[in-house]
Write a protein that binds this ligand. Structure first.
Ligand code: ADP
Ligand code: 5GP
Length: 197
């Protein structure tokens, strides 16, 4: 049994990460989506334990103190973090793990686990990003402006990523992410391990 790899997917709020990942995961039992803990309120249609573990700030602090999070960050007034044990379990079962996390968290994971592959999803344009955030209808105009500001800051640090995928078409974005994942499994270190066994 070979260890799975971890792939970080980051990108501005509203760029389409959830939409693209939903498509990527169709019919794939070799992939594991890391369900984050967050102190944000659930949006309509979001389920506890499916989209996020929705918890309060006290519980979030307990997770930090217990060193149960691989990384965590504050994002537009709420905390978000990756529970470590499920990530490790899935990797030990040979699954590839997908973390949908923002840039600060991505930097923490890469310091702890430099072998992690970083993919940044970018919008085709700012206007289109604003249109998507608005048309999703889940955030107030004030929150949308905060998310757009944060997106601009994130884009400036995006050169720490290994790959850029522009989400103008969901189908193409999924194809490109799949191609990246396949290519990463063809790296010599991985292949030599298999050959030597
Ligand atoms: P994120 O998870 O990055 O915050 P979502 O997946 O919620 O973003 O997508 C935000 C909005 O943009 C949704 O209404 C979604 O249907 C739409 N969307 C996603 N990808 C595309 C695309 N390639 N073209 C047009 N609209 C898209
Ligand atoms: P949203 O509120 O739109 O679901 O997510 C806001 C931002 O938080 C997105 O950029 C998303 O990638 C990020 N995020 C979600 N879960 C985590 C996590 O566990 N850790 C970090 N650092 N960011 C996360």
């Amino acid at each position: 049994m070979h260890q799975g790899k971890t792939f970080i997917i980051s990108g501005p709020s509203g760029v389409g990460k959830s939409t693209v990942l939903h498509e990527l995961f169709k019919g794939r039992d070799d992939l594991y989506f890391s369900i984050s803990a967050t102190t944000r309120e659930p949006r309509e249609g979001e389920e506890d334990g499916v989209h996020y573990h929705f918890i309060d700030v006290k519980h979030f602090q307990e997770l930090i103190e217990a060193d149960a999070l691989l990384e965590y960050a504050e994002y537009v007034g709420n905390f978000y973090g990756t529970p470590k044990k499920y990530v490790d379990k899935a990797m030990n079962e040979g699954k590839d793990v997908i973390l949908d996390i923002e840039v600060q968290g991505a930097l923490q994971v890469c310091t702890k686990r430099p072998e992690t592959v970083r993919i940044f999803i970018a919008p085709p344009s700012w206007d289109e990003l604003e249109r998507r955030l608005t048309s999703r209808g889940t955030d107030s105009p004030d929150k949308i402006q905060k998310r757009l500001l944060r997106a601009k800051a994130e884009l400036q640090t995006a050169d720490v990523y290994d790959y850029f995928v522009i989400n103008d078409s969901v189908e193409r974005a999924v194809r490109e992410i799949n191609a990246i994942m396949i290519a990463e499994h063809c790296k010599p270190a991985d292949r030599m391990k298999i050959l030597s066994e």
